[in-house]
Design a protein around this ligand. Structure first.
Ligand SMILES: [Mn+2]
Length: 433
């Protein structure tokens, strides 16, 4: 990827300038971002480190232990503790704040960790609004909490909001290079699934399937972009099933929801697969979900309201549920009364990018207009939990169906990212044999 970061910093500074707030004597708004913290797992071990997406978007850095301040009227400042001999000996040269500051044409303030908060406070004097991002123990959040408590007086920011309010509009429109990275990550996830799906058979554990997927990603130098869901039979009815303790069994559809990360850009794909064949009823359910997928995809283009694609999805699924005789009554009424919610309780998808549920005003409000450069998941589903099977006296075992692909909105319409992994019933039946 070419290096767009200086330009993005400039754009973010311009956005800050637009956020000039009262009083007029104020220097305006500032943006304070802390790198992600290492997350403690157990004992002396930590979870795999994942950079903060806003920091990566603006700087291209995956280093830890620094905080970046952006203001509209001054050059960026990077604050970090200097690298200690202990750090160097135990971790090698994992970060280089001086180099990073040079790359970002920013000032660098290397000071012991306990003196950094007062340095940052000093540099925020005169600004009245602060955008922040960081975890609860990060410098950015600790400082913001002092402003929220208003114990520092009016010479410091008196209002605080999340950085995504400033950067969301920007990040939701992807550049050609960003879409390329997302597509690379889709491509890897598809290749891994194409290799693994024909090997699936009754008796395998969900964990075994998950590990096959993870080692598939590793072969490409990629890692999963979220906790892969492998859900057999009844487990597939739970949207974010985390158990991974079940087993594949004949006649119980298997739902796999997975994706990987390339240069921090994510993919997110879901397939529902027959294990030893689908029953005619399972095929019918699959076809309704697939019909909803196709209907939504054919609507996607710039200018379409996000709400419209959600409504289209609901309409197709409700018609399917009626034909299956699971819901009865006029379509309009079933939609109005939201009778479909036990079977389709989520929205059609989400923005995709540096985060698998990427920052976007669409995601926050479920409202807004599709624009070229957005990347969305389309993921309709129909779910039959143990509870709804009982409540609606359904003549089959609990299970879930979801189909998901990643779509880029182009200037003329939509483009499916990847596309090597079949999503239609015939293609899936051929692949599973
Ligand atoms: Mn998704």
């Amino acid at each position: 990827m070419s290096e767009p970061f200086l330009e993005r910093l400039k754009i973010a500074q311009n956005l800050l300038a637009k956020y000039k707030v009262v009083p007029s004597t104020s220097k305006g708004s500032a943006l304070l971002l802390s790198a992600a913290l290492e997350k403690h797992r157990s004992g002396d071990t930590a979870y795999r480190y994942r950079a903060n997406s806003n920091i990566f978007y603006l700087t291209g850095s995956t280093e830890g232990n620094f905080t970046l301040l952006l203001r509209s009227d001054a050059s960026p400042i990077l604050y970090a503790p200097p690298i200690s001999a202990h750090e160097l000996r135990w971790e090698g040269h994992a970060r280089n704040p001086e180099n990073l500051a040079k790359k970002l044409k920013s000032e660098v303030k290397l000071k012991e960790a306990d003196t950094l908060p007062s340095l940052i406070l000093e540099d925020l004097k005169g600004y009245s609004h602060l955008f922040i991002d960081g975890e609860s123990e990060s410098l950015a959040v600790k400082i913001a909490k002092r402003f929220i408590a208003q114990d520092l007086g009016s010479r410091y920011p008196t209002s605080v909001s999340r950085a995504s309010l400033l950067l969301g509009e920007l990040r939701q429109i992807k550049s050609v290079e960003e879409i390329k990275s997302i597509e690379e990550s889709v491509d890897i996830a598809e290749r891994v699934l194409l290799e693994i799906i024909p090997q699936l058979k009754s008796g395998m554990s969900e964990k075994e399937v998950k590990n096959l997927i993870l080692s598939g990603y590793a072969k490409f130098g990629a890692e999963e972009s979220f906790n892969t869901i492998v859900a057999a039979g009844k487990n597939g009815a739970y949207l974010h099933y985390r158990g991974c303790t079940g087993r594949l069994s004949k006649g119980a559809p298997l739902l796999i929801d997975t994706g990987c990360e390339v240069a921090l850009y994510c993919s997110d794909l879901t397939r529902t697969l027959p294990i030893g064949g689908f029953t005619p009823l399972q095929e019918a359910i699959y076809e309704y979900v697939h019909e909803a997928y196709r209907a939504v995809c054919s609507l996607i283009r710039p200018g379409v309201e996000y709400r419209q694609i959600q409504e289209k999805c609901v309409e197709v699924l409700v018609k399917g549920l009626r034909r299956l005789k699971i819901l009865n009554g006029p379509v309009g009424r079933l939609i109005k009364e939201k009778s479909y919610l036990p079977f389709f309780p989520h929205s059609i998808g989400h923005s995709l990018g540096l985060d698998v549920h990427d920052v976007s005003p669409l995601r926050d409000t479920r409202e807004g207009i599709l624009k070229a450069g957005m990347v969305l998941t389309v993921e309709p589903g129909l779910y039959f939990t143990k509870e709804s099977v009982r409540k609606f006296s359904l003549p089959f075992a609990p299970m879930g169906f979801r189909l998901e692909n990643d779509i880029a909105v182009t200037s003329r319409g939509a483009r499916l990212l990847g596309g090597k992994l079949p999503i239609d019933l015939r293609g899936i039946k051929e692949l599973t044999g």
